[in-house]
Design a protein. Structure first.
Length: 360
């Protein structure tokens, strides 16, 4: 039961595992010193989210400072001054808001069965299309995490709807506040698609991040969106919750088989109630290897070979099952950080995938 409860736990505060070890302001740009870890030493565009509320963008280059430290240049002016000893969280969330990403947005509320769910309606930078992009964030991540993909959609001429859903910390809270891993959240995203169709969309492209990819797939194969889901763009997708749970057990130092112990607590009606869920998850519905024959829309998967949360092997298996529809782009990156590891390549892959949808 413990694994099931941790997996579905209500959204809480971010953990700040890093400490600012030094700040050098003597050069053209400040340099921040951090403990050497696989994350802090990875080339690419990343951010530090400071415990005091600041957001600090870091350069792609990494300098080995010795003594177990790395140095990275600070880009732009950090919102809150960096201080030695400040606690921070490593993040791939590069933009804090649409405005921060250079996007024009309006706040809208999507009516759902759980209550109003806030969303950003983001207009294209040029052109227009009756195909809208629906951006679905993952478990424990805010809407802002999807803005990396919204930029590409906006440049390609698509209206974007960046959604929230029940119990994600931004959408309506229901029951115990626990996640059902996409089982009920999909209803809120379906309501967002209905909103798009009622406001001028004729087709949609579903951008799903991590758990959001499972939600996107649920929608894409459903009868309501048959012929309406034009394409899917899936970042670090959870394509099989059982494999994902086992992978996260391994990452935590537990034997992978212990992950299977969580399944009854998520699928059985009585046990799921003890876990704190109002309804069973039904993990089989999220096994997209078994359900591969149901896919009908072109699907781009962007996945990191260093992903220890959602194994890339499952994505490769899906690609092999459906090579007619599924394209897999591999990056040297951790979970949901493929954009950060190589933004130019990521953007080019997504732009190419979207090109066939522009005229819709």
């Amino acid at each position: 039961m413990g694994i099931a409860r941790r997996l579905t736990t209500p959204v809480g505060g971010r953990k700040y595992h890093l400490t600012i070890r030094g700040v050098d302001d003597s050069g053209e740009r400040p340099i921040v010193a951090l403990d050497h870890t696989p994350q802090t030493a990875a080339p690419g565009r990343y951010c530090l989210l400071l415990e005091n509320g600041g957001l600090v963008r870091l350069s792609s280059e990494v300098e080995d400072l010795g003594l177990g430290l790395v140095g990275r240049d600070v880009l732009g002016d950090p919102r809150v001054g960096l201080r030695v000893g400040e606690r921070a969280s490593w993040s791939g969330i590069y933009f804090s808001s649409p405005e921060d990403a250079g996007l024009e947005a309006s706040d809208v509320a999507i009516p759902t069965d759980a209550g109003p769910a806030p969303a950003w309606l983001i207009r294209p930078r040029a052109g227009s299309s009756t195909t809208w992009a629906i951006h679905i964030h993952g478990l424990g991540s805010p809407r802002a995490g999807t803005l990396r993909g919204v930029q590409v959609a906006a440049e390609a001429g698509f209206m974007s709807l960046v959604v929230s859903y029940r119990n994600d910390g931004e959408g309506p809270r229901t029951g115990s506040g626990r996640s059902t891993l996409g089982a009920t959240e999909v209803d809120d995203v379906r309501a967002a698609v209905d909103y798009a169709l009622a406001h001028g969309a004729s087709r949609v492209i579903l951008f799903g991040w991590s758990m959001g990819a499972g939600i996107a797939l649920q929608l894409a194969v459903g009868p309501e969106l048959r012929g309406i889901a034009a394409a899917l763009v899936l970042e670090s997708p959870v394509l099989d919750w059982v494999s994902t749970i086992k992978a996260n057990c391994r990452r935590s130092g537990l034997p992978a088989w212990t992950g299977a112990l969580a399944v009854p607590w998520l699928d059985n009606r009585q046990l799921s109630r003890i876990t704190g869920l109002g309804t069973p998850v039904g993990l089989r519905r999220f096994d997209w290897i078994t359900r591969a024959n149901e896919l009908t829309a072109p699907t781009l998967i962007l996945h990191g070979s260093a992903d220890t949360s959602a194994p890339i092997g499952v994505a490769a298996h899906l690609r092999d099952r459906r090579p007619d529809l599924v394209q897999l782009e591999r990056f040297d990156a951790d979970h949901t950080m493929t954009w950060n590891s190589d933004p130019e390549r990521w953007r080019a892959a997504v732009a190419t995938a979207l090109a066939d949808c522009v005229g819709g």
